[in-house]
Design a protein around this ligand. Structure first.
Ligand SMILES: NC(=O)c1ccc[n+]([C@@H]2O[C@H](COP(=O)([O-])OP(=O)(O)OC[C@H]3O[C@@H](n4cnc5c(N)ncnc54)[C@H](OP(=O)(O)O)[C@@H]3O)[C@@H](O)[C@H]2O)c1
Length: 312
């Protein structure tokens, strides 16, 4: 079965979204052919009153209620869970030592109510731990059947290449996915993002991925939290430059010509380009999910794509 080229983000599940809405979104996603679910062992630890268990627990309750573990590709992450209860920063993050990873995977499997994770991500880099230790431990988890494939999130291109070379040299499974912040609009070069842990797709990473077709890009923040279309969500200051003005104008033009929404054009642009990308969409209602699903079959022909590419 081919996976729908869209992953469902799950940050608000079990906190700002109750089980009724969470289950309705998951049901609709799966009914529409969706398989890829993206969570982490710390969502949403930064919210007052949350521990970081909530998203995985909500998915676990839904899997148990529906009995459909085999129909989904479960992706979760380790490395960025605070070790100090109540810490809302990454300062006390568990990191990527062997001990931290082994304990993290046990926690995720327990909360999700499953015996394996399909895609297991290093959520952030941990340069205090030798890559050999992190990658060797991931290999151990794959060997034990607890994890099927591995990926790296918020990683620099050179570190991804070093990690993959090291895994290959040791005969270990290598990272086959990378998860980064990416959308149609680009911030000004060198801008410091408000979200300190986020790493953007840069030209060097694009170049790397074009020559390594076995690595798939999963992109987050693809709809910029709704900022493409919502007056209550201003586009972040770091995106303030002429390319944004022109890009938004062309997005609106193309959406009008296709009878689609701007959000759908953004997602279609990510999915169908020469750098195949799985957009992760975070939604809090069925209407937002429907809009995202509508992007999957939206085709941008060469002329439209060239117009979009020319101005960003
Ligand atoms: N690896 C990482 O470090 C990392 C970092 C961030 C996120 N992620 C993953 O990516 C997922 C999505 O992240 P994100 O929250 O940054 O994504 P996003 O897609 O940029 O933002 C999601 C929010 O956008 C709004 N929205 C969604 N669809 C909309 C629509 N059609 N029209 C108007 N507004 C819409 C909703 O806000 P309201 O709910 O307020 O309506 C929704 O909660 C997460 O759940 C997570 O799985 C990974």
């Amino acid at each position: 079965m081919t996976d729908l080229p869209l992953a469902l983000g799950t940050i608000p599940f079990g906190t700002s979204l109750d089980d009724e809405t969470t289950f309705a979104i998951l049901d609709r996603f799966v009914d529409a052919g969706g398989t890829l679910l993206d969570t982490a062992n710390n969502y949403p630890f930064w919210n007052e009153g949350a521990t970081g268990d909530e998203s995985e627990l909500a998915i676990g309750r839904w899997l148990a209620a529906r009995g459909n573990r085999d129909r989904v590709v479960l992706s979760t992450k380790c490395g960025a869970r605070p070790t100090v209860p109540g810490d809302r920063t990454l300062d006390s993050a568990e990191g990527l030592s062997a001990v931290a990873i082994r304990s993290a995977v046990e926690g995720s499997l327990r909360r999700l109510g499953t015996d394996h994770v399909d895609v297991y991500w290093a959520h952030v880099e941990d340069r205090s731990v030798p890559l050999e230790e992190t990658l060797g431990t991931f290999a151990e988890l794959v060997g034990a059947g607890q994890v099927r494939e591995i990926g790296a999130s918020n990683v620099a291109a050179w570190r991804l290449e070093r990690a993959r070379a090291l895994s290959r040299a040791n005969g270990w499974p290598a990272y086959t996915r990378v998860q980064l912040r990416h959308t149609y609009l680009r911030p000004r070069p060198g801008v410091r993002l408000a979200e300190s842990g986020h790493v953007l797709v840069q030209d060097e990473m694009i170049d790397y991925l074009r020559s390594e077709p076995d690595v798939t890009l999963w992109a987050y923040n693809t709809l910029m939290a709704g900022a493409y279309t919502r007056r209550d969500r201003p586009i972040p200051e770091g995106y303030d430059h002429p390319g944004t003005t022109h890009g938004l104008a062309v997005l609106r033009e193309v959406a009008g010509e296709l009878g689609a929404t701007v959000n759908q054009v953004v997602l279609a642009w990510l999915i169908g380009g020469d750098l195949p990308t799985i957009p992760i969409v975070g939604v809090s209602s069925l209407a937002q999910l429907e809009e995202a699903l509508g992007a999957v079959d939206l085709k941008l022909d060469d002329e439209l794509r060239a117009r979009l590419d020319a101005v960003r």
